[in-house]
Structure formats: structure tokens, C-alpha cells
Ligand binder design. Structure first.
Ligand SMILES: Cc1cc2nc3c(=O)[nH]c(=O)nc-3n(C[C@H](O)[C@H](O)[C@H](O)COP(=O)(O)OP(=O)(O)OC[C@H]3O[C@@H](n4cnc5c(N)ncnc54)[C@H](O)[C@@H]3O)c2cc1C
Length: 267
């Protein structure tokens, strides 16, 4: 495969060995960080087929965000965050991490609609992998909360996508192929998604222990009717499959202990 080509003027490449969170299968790549949509478009237009891949914060467990001998696009400068508190919406650059977003929105009384087990993922990576959280049974995966996307497609064209039924009903099919598409439809550059209102940053948690997997699963089915978040841990070395079930909801301000009420959005 021919993966060498001339980069647009001003775009520097850095040679790096990359791997995923599992630290398996390291590969040598050149990493580029375009600083504008226009520079990204030029890069895509000049690249031979299958020579580029996008990468967020590399939190994929496997090798989804690397390309042996190829060019890996990171977008840390696509870092805009615009919060529309009234509409409970946020528009963020694809290189923005959930950590960066939480530092802006929690103090304003909002939370992400879906959170994976780490806040060190980018908006682009979360959409490309359509991440799920502990509220999957109630809220579905992250893509269900995205209202608008901008991508640079394989021809280098900037496209605006939205799901059917939204105000700008364009490219719905491509929108849904991009959600969970692992970067195969193009490079996501920006997304608008909804937030959930919270009246404190705390979660009210109930935990129960179960001596076998049947009891654990039965409790989880019941808990899912009552709680927004639930997660079970199973001891697979135990012959009965004992486990722990943890369930939670965002704590209402009125339920906070007196001392927490002074700083309800503590992070
Ligand atoms: C400790 C830990 C806990 C986790 N818990 C969960 C969990 O509870 N639920 C869950 O669903 N996942 C979970 N994950 C997995 C993680 O959420 C996903 O792998 C996520 O995609 C990582 O985001 P990233 O920004 O690091 O993307 P990367 O790993 O860098 O990339 C992931 C994929 O997205 C593509 N991509 C990245 N940016 C773009 C872009 N701008 N445009 C187009 N494509 C792009 C890449 O090419 C690649 O295919 C967890 C991971 C860790 C390390």
C-alpha cells in the first residue's frame, strides 16, 4: 500500500509508535494535527486511499485508532465549546475531551447524557464508537443524543449531518453511519448534543451484594426500573458467580446533606 504523500504547507508530521489502551500491537505512524477544517480538507484531498485514520485520546481497547505505516490525524486544536444553557445543548469540537466538557458544564448545572467509564475520551471518539454508559437501559448510547455533526468526508468535502426528524433533516443516513462508524465515513470535526440538567454533582448510590448470578441478574432487572444508572461486578472465579450491584441517580439538591449544599457542583 502506498501511504506516502505530500502534506499541505505548514502541517508537520511526528513519527510515533501508537497502540490502544490494551497496549497490544504497537505500530509506527506519522501523527499530524491539522489546525483548521481547511487544512484538514487539503490533507484528505491529497492522501491516497486508506492512508489516513482519525485518533482521539487512544482509549480504544484495541487497535482501532492506529494505522501501521500510515498517517494518524489528531485534532486537539478542534477544541471549541459553546454551551446553550437555555436549549440544554452543547456544540463542541471533535478533539474536546469529556473531561474538558465536564469542567465547563457541571458548574452550570448540566451533565453529559451518556458517560463511558473514563472521561478521557474525545467527542469524536465517543461518537465514532457510539459509547455507552451505565444508563444504557434508560438513555441508550451517546449517538441518541447527538443532534448535528460536521464531518470532512473521504473527498475532503465538509458535510453537515443530522438525524431524521431534527430541524435540518439532511444526510440522515450518513449521520447514522457515522454514529458508531469508527471513522469510516470521514473525520468528525464538530458535534452538537443534548445535556441533562442536574441540581448537584453528586450521585446517590445504593449497593447490594448477591451470593449467585441469578440473584444478581434478578436484582439488576428490578433496579433498572428504578435507577438511571446501574453496574454489576461478577466474581467469575466464584462457582456461584457472586457479585455486587451498584445503582445510582443524580442526587437532587434537596437531598444533599447540609454541608454539601454550600457547593453542590463540586468536581
Ligand atoms: C478505562 C476505560 C473505560 C471505558 N469504558 C467504556 C464504557 O463504559 N463504555 C464504552 O462505550 N466505552 C468505554 N471505553 C472505550 C472508549 O470509550 C472508546 O474506545 C472511545 O471511542 C475512546 O475515545 P477516544 O477519543 O480515545 O477515541 P480513540 O480510541 O482514539 O478512537 C476510537 C475510534 O474513533 C475513531 N475516531 C476518533 N476520533 C475521530 C474523529 N474525530 N472522527 C472520526 N473518527 C474518529 C478512531 O479512528 C477509532 O476508530 C472505555 C475505555 C477505557 C480506557
Amino acid at each position: 500500500m502506498n501511504t506516502s504523500f505530500a502534506f499541505p504547507a505548514g502541517l508537520k508530521a511526528e513519527k510515533k509508535t501508537l497502540f490502544g489502551w490494551g497496549r497490544t500491537n504497537p505500530v509506527n505512524c506519522q501523527v499530524v494535527k491539522p489546525e483548521s477544517v481547511e487544512q484538514l480538507q487539503k490533507l484528505v484531498r491529497g492522501a491516497p486511499p486508506r492512508s489516513l485514520i482519525a485518533r482521539g485520546l487512544g482509549r480504544s481497547y484495541g487497535d482501532a485508532a492506529q494505522l501501521n505505516g500510515g498517517t494518524v490525524i489528531e485534532l486537539p486544536t478542534f477544541d471549541g465549546i459553546v454551551l446553550d444553557s437555555e436549549a440544554k445543548l452543547i456544540t463542541a469540537g471533535s478533539g474536546v475531551s469529556f473531561d474538558q466538557i465536564l469542567r465547563v458544564i457541571v458548574a452550570k448545572g448540566f451533565f453529559l447524557p451518556v458517560s463511558p467509564g473514563t472521561r478521557n475520551v474525545t467527542v469524536g471518539g465517543a461518537i465514532a464508537a457510539d459509547v455507552h454508559g451505565k444508563n444504557h437501559h434508560v438513555d441508550g448510547s451517546f449517538g441518541s443524543h447527538v443532534l448535528r455533526l460536521k464531518i470532512v468526508n473521504g473527498n475532503g468535502d465538509l458535510q453537515e449531518l443530522s438525524p431524521k426528524g431534527e430541524s435540518i433533516d439532511v444526510n440522515a443516513e450518513l449521520f447514522w453511519a457515522t454514529i458508531g462508524g469508527m471513522g469510516s465515513t470521514g473525520i468528525i470535526v464538530e458535534a452538537t448534543f443534548s445535556l441533562i440538567p442536574i441540581s448537584s454533582s453528586l450521585i446517590s448510590v445504593d449497593t447490594s451484594r448477591h451470593q449467585n448470578i441469578d440473584s444478581l441478574m434478578a436484582a439488576m432487572v428490578e433496579a433498572d426500573k428504578k435507577y438511571r444508572y446501574s453496574v454489576a461486578w461478577v466474581d467469575s472465579l466464584d462457582k456461584n458467580g457472586r457479585g455486587v450491584l451498584t445503582c445510582g441517580d443524580h442526587a437532587a439538591f434537596s437531598d444533599l446533606p447540609k454541608e454539601e449544599k454550600n457547593n453542590p457542583f463540586f468536581l
